[in-house]
Design a protein around this ligand. Structure first.
Ligand code: NOJ
Length: 657
């Protein structure tokens, strides 16, 4: 460990370089003080991140302990690229960059770079160690990236050791945080919001933050079981460390800095990548009415799957997820996933026939590969399983890693697991398969490079509303998620439970109204989105009209109302039509919000079809009370939405012909 005070703010050395965001508001200054590189971030002249020293501790020496600045370069970039699916079509990637070249004045004399990109919506920086004589195998023991926040802030966090990130985000002052996961979202003042995370996590360990002193946070990389953080050969490129900066909570939701810091798409032909809405043989198992393994109550039978396919075809769903179709569930799989076979179906599930039937109906089967965390075992079947699925027309697979450890040893956020997840995404891409990854490492925007990585869990989702012993997800949960986990990318939360007619644990059910459940389809972005309920519960449900027409890919997104943990309204324009969809939600409190429709085309008239809480709706006593009505609107309309306790509103706005 280095012996110095990281909070020492009177840095003596002069700045080595400065980079300013295109709009001039965010300024990064980088300097070297007694051989130690540091950076500092100002927003509108106000110091937001004070002098923060950075260093990399390798087994054979530290970079950043006695560094000599060799030179620096500045450059600018402004390009707009298109997403094959997403919250908008066009993304502008506009930043000014500063790259600094260092040599460490120790016996190894290694050179390294620190590269900064300063955007209007934040700052990203990373470490690069180029191939050079004397650099063979690198063993990173600790990355000391500091975020020395200049002032106290409210932070929404989950603890570092939250299993699969399935936690309830809690608000607290930064200065009392323990080690936490990223994204770490913070409110500094009413007009200054920050979120620290990372982008482009590749062959490295995932980032967490640990308190160092007061409001200074330091990186804590998820370790290997043997204690090291990262192994590299010849050269090393860290993921980007990101500080998202916004004037409002809404700004955070519109930042695309994380995507911009990922590499462009490497899949040449993306025409096979199809966002869509799916149903699944799933909720029945979580309701404990069906089983994954074969037996009297087996969910994944040929007959039941055909019923789901028929329902999907009749209601415009593109896919049917089938869990429990393959051999292995009859064993203690969550203890040892090597029991799973990803090619062999149970005898009561005719895989070929079901796929043939699905194709006839214009629906795709969504495969399910629960691994029980046995990643190495899964890798032995990956190529042949994905080739089989491709031949059968299965174009999406939901993967799962239910086990505290991968292969009985390594954490989901470790470099070991990061390598495995990447292998799955790449193998899937070669076989034209989209991935919905459960129990993942926290996402970092890789879907820009691999747009077949559609969605991931890493969130306390709907399933907790089936069986969680402490009750369903708190009412505020979904009003916090978009600002926290949601900033890391699409979430497979699986909204769409319309009937609470089950009781695995008394009192455990979705803690909101039907209108809010509909609104979540817009609010919680996922390009593959499951309607979670059993199909019986969808028959004759008026809310189905909203769920089945709501798109999963958008050309534009705006955020008219946002207060973390209290309320949120998001409006999105369909990729394939002129229609807009609004999802508005509240926590436990009544919320009467106004949504200005100034995003509509000027001069055009539209019909708004509004699915909102009924007069007596209340998530505690009357969750199903929903009112559906229509009104004419245009770009001058300010739409009043009255949300009940735990309530919401879902709106379809269609252009009049
Ligand atoms: C946990 C996943 O989140 C859930 O969706 C799945 O049904 C089970 N694991 C079984 O794989």
């Amino acid at each position: 460990m280095l012996a110095f005070n990281p909070l020492q703010s009177c840095v003596k050395a002069s700045a080595a370089g400065t980079a300013v965001s295109p709009n001039g508001r965010n300024v990064v200054t980088v300097g070297v003080d007694a051989g130690r590189p540091y950076y500092l971030v100002k927003v509108d002249g106000r110091t937001v991140v004070d002098s923060s020293f950075v260093s990399l501790e390798f087994l054979d020496g530290t970079l950043g302990a006695n560094s000599e600045l060799l030179g620096s370069e500045i450059s600018s970039f402004d390009q707009t690229w298109e997403q094959p699916w997403g919250e908008e079509t066009a993304v502008r990637n506009n930043y000014n960059a500063l790259i600094l070249h260092f040599r460490e004045a120790d016996s190894l004399s290694r050179i390294f770079d620190i590269e900064f990109r300063v955007f209007d919506d934040g700052v990203g920086f990373r470490y690069l160690i180029p191939a050079q004589n004397g650099v063979d195998s690198l063993v990173l023991m600790d990355e000391n990236t500091r975020f020395n926040l200049a002032e106290e802030a409210v932070a929404w966090s989950i603890p570092y050791d939250t299993e699969y990130y399935e936690g309830i985000y809690k608000a607290s002052p930064v200065s009392v945080l323990d080690t936490v996961c990223t994204p770490l979202t913070m409110k500094v003042t009413d007009s200054l919001y920050l979120s620290i995370h990372e982008a482009a996590l590749t062959d490295y360990a995932s980032l967490n933050l640990t308190p160092e002193n007061g409001t200074c946070l330091r990186s804590y990389l998820t370790p290997w079981s043997t204690g090291e953080k990262v192994f590299a050969q010849g050269s090393l490129k860290s993921p980007w460390r990101t500080i998202m900066i916004g004037n409002s909570a809404a700004d955070l939701l519109l930042s695309r800095m994380m995507l911009n810091l990922n590499e462009p798409c490497v899949i040449e032909d993306t025409s096979w990548i199809e966002p869509g809405r799916y149903i699944g043989i799933w909720w029945g198992m979580h309701r404990r009415e069906n089983t994954w393994d074969i037996g009297d109550r087996h969910g994944a039978t040929t007959e039941n799957t055909k019923r789901y396919i028929d329902f999907a075809a009749a209601n415009g769903y593109s896919g049917v997820l089938v869990e429990g179709w393959n051999k292995g569930w009859e064993h203690d799989w969550s203890a040892d996933g090597t029991c799973f076979d990803f090619l062999q179906a149970y005898p009561d599930f005719d895989l070929e026939e079901v796929c043939r039937y699905a194709a006839e109906k214009g629906v795709r089967l969504i495969g399910h590969n629960e691994t029980g965390g046995a990643a190495a075992h899964y890798e032995t079947q990956l190529d042949s399983a994905f080739a089989l699925y491709n031949r059968l027309g299965i174009n999406a697979v939901k993967t799962g890693y239910v086990n505290r450890l991968m292969d009985g040893k390594e954490l989901h956020g470790s470099q070991y697991a990061v390598r495995h997840y990447r292998k799955v995404i790449e193998t899937a891409a070669r076989n034209h398969i989209m991935i919905d990854n459960h129990e993942p490492v926290m996402p970092t925007g890789l879907q820009r490079t691999y747009p077949n990585l559609m969605t991931q869990e890493g969130v306390r989702g709907q399933e907790y509303n089936a069986w969680c012993p402490e009750g369903g997800n708190p009412t505020e949960h979904t009003v916090i998620l978009p600002f926290t986990r949601g900033l890391a990318g699409p979430m497979d939360y699986t909204p769409g439970v319309l009937k609470y007619n089950y009781e695995v644990v008394p009192g455990t059910r979705p803690m909101h109204t039907t209108a809010k459940e509909l609104a979540l389809s817009v609010v919680l972005y996922s390009p593959l989105q499951m309607s979670a309920d059993i199909i019986e519960n969808y028959v004759d449900q008026p809310g189905m009209e909203f769920i089945t027409t709501c798109p999963t890919s958008w050309s534009k997104t705006v955020v008219p109302q946002a207060k973390i943990g209290e309320y949120l309204a998001i409006a999105r324009r369909d990729r394939n039509s002129d229609s807009w969809y609004i999802g508005a939600i509240t926590g436990t409190n009544v919320c009467n919000m106004d949504v200005p429709l100034d995003f509509l085309d000027e001069g055009a008239t539209y019909t708004a079809r509004i699915f909102c809480d009924g007069e007596n709706a209340d998530y505690r006593t009357n969750p199903y009370d929903m009112d559906i009505h229509e009104m004419d609107v245009d770009s001058r309309t300010v739409l009043p939405l009255n949300l009940a306790p735990g309530g919401g509103a879902a709106v379809i706005i269609a252009k009049k012909r």
